[in-house]
Design a protein around this ligand. Sequence first.
Ligand code: NAP
Length: 518
Amino acid sequence: MTTLRSYVHGAWHEADAGFRPLVDPSTEREIARVSSRGVDFGRVLEHAREVGGPALRALSFAERAGLLKETSRVLRENRDELLELSRVNTGTTTPDGAFDVDGASGTLAWYAGFGRRLGDRSWLAEGDGVQLARTEGFWGQHVLVSRRGVAVAINAFNFPVWGFAEKAACALLAGMPMIVKPATATALVAERAVTLVLEAGVLPEGALQLVSGGTGDLLDRLGPQDVLAFTGSADTARTLRDRENLLAACTRINVEADSLNAAVLAPEHSDAAHELFLRDVAREMTQKSGQKCTAVRRILVPAKLLAAAQEALAGRLAKVVTGDPADDSVTMGPLATAQQLRDAEDGVAELAEEAEIVHGTGRRADGTGAPEGKGYFFPPTLLRAGDARAAGAVHRREVFGPVATLLPYDGSPADAAAIVALGGGTLVTSVYGDDPEWIADFLAGVGSSTGRLYVGSEASASEAPGSGIALPQSQHGGPGRAGGGEELGGLVGVALYLQRVALQGHRAEVDRLAGKGE
Ligand code: NAP
């Protein structure tokens, strides 16, 4: 039995009690155990603040970018091992595991290039300066400097490697040491990824610490210079946000939470846009068994096209083979845990009070290649509601599995935008159509409800990668229910870990301090 360890204040820590078991979701075999019992979180923070922080801040952006490049290399070189652990611990097929593992190394590599271009400086000028008085004798310029605290990254179970890497890329580039706490259920693959980076010695001591298991009193010790970057459910986010010391110290908190993402078929669409719609929706429902924060949960189709869309989507979902990814014929693995399976079954039962199941059963099934009665298999399930506005649960309940609901709308951009907004804020909305005026009206209506709008059309169809990919160049995060967070997006994500300072003075002094005109 593997016991997962933490890496804290320069040493490996193995707990001797308080374990939670990790299982292979295809076989329910116990594969590891995890606990952080005995970790001294005061010392963890001290080590980050006094050892890791100064070491990182002594480096320029370009030098820190070099650290990211090496971190990316380590993950890339150990890809096969991580993919195998991903299969065993999270039940992913190879392409689904690669979405996590390659997404991690790719994001780090992109930020390495981005950081190199920021140059040999340790703070950044933001935007143009501005004259504040009659002449340039009094001038203003925003600059971004490293915060002198610690970045605590709490990650969700569904992206154990990418979740670590996308936060590490931005925090380390900004010069902040990191404490990463993976979700327990999939900590085997997360722990291995972080351990590989630590053992490769590519980061300065104290820049990266790992907590396997609970966070003890860590969060109660955070202060005004620290950042809490949380990814997980909206319910957990609420309990973390309400902590008294975090409120009192105004600790910066970024939340990436649930999202009832929508895909919208516009009434005017080319064959290419229509094909992309079907391909994207089927993939975004079933990739990683629907356990993606960016998965499509609501499918809006003009009422007169609803029956045809249902038939076409059900046809695609019928081709999915659910089972143990060790079997070569399997195209979709199990849900990650017994709890996720229970939640998915309960969730579909709630949706089914207001919508009809038109494909699948919303229940566990035996998986191809898996022992009878074992494994958390949940084949794709498609529902359809007759009245989008009356289907309250569809806009309220995130069923974290291969589940989505078809909803009719009247074909106008205003109606589609209003229905999407019922979800209370999404990470991504995708729209498929070729009429630029319709799309512009839709953007005007839906923009404030979504963090990203992905436009699938004849023009973009050959290159559009699917709406579920969080690319480092584009902001990841959404308003309202999605948490209100802002990650990735080049400097957007790095700025979370930097402090903005409004510099004021004579233009020559301000420009010199800001590093302009060098
Ligand atoms: P979760 O149950 O909220 O857990 C998320 C993380 O919070 C885990 O690491 C968990 O640790 C930790 N945690 C829970 N209670 C805590 C506490 N009191 N103090 C400190 N840490 C605590 O979410 P999940 O089931 O792992 O992930 C699924 C959810 O995440 C879905 O709702 C999905 O939409 C969302 N998600 C969002 C994004 C995004 O970018 N917006 C990305 C991925 C997932 P333990 O595992 O040890 O309990």
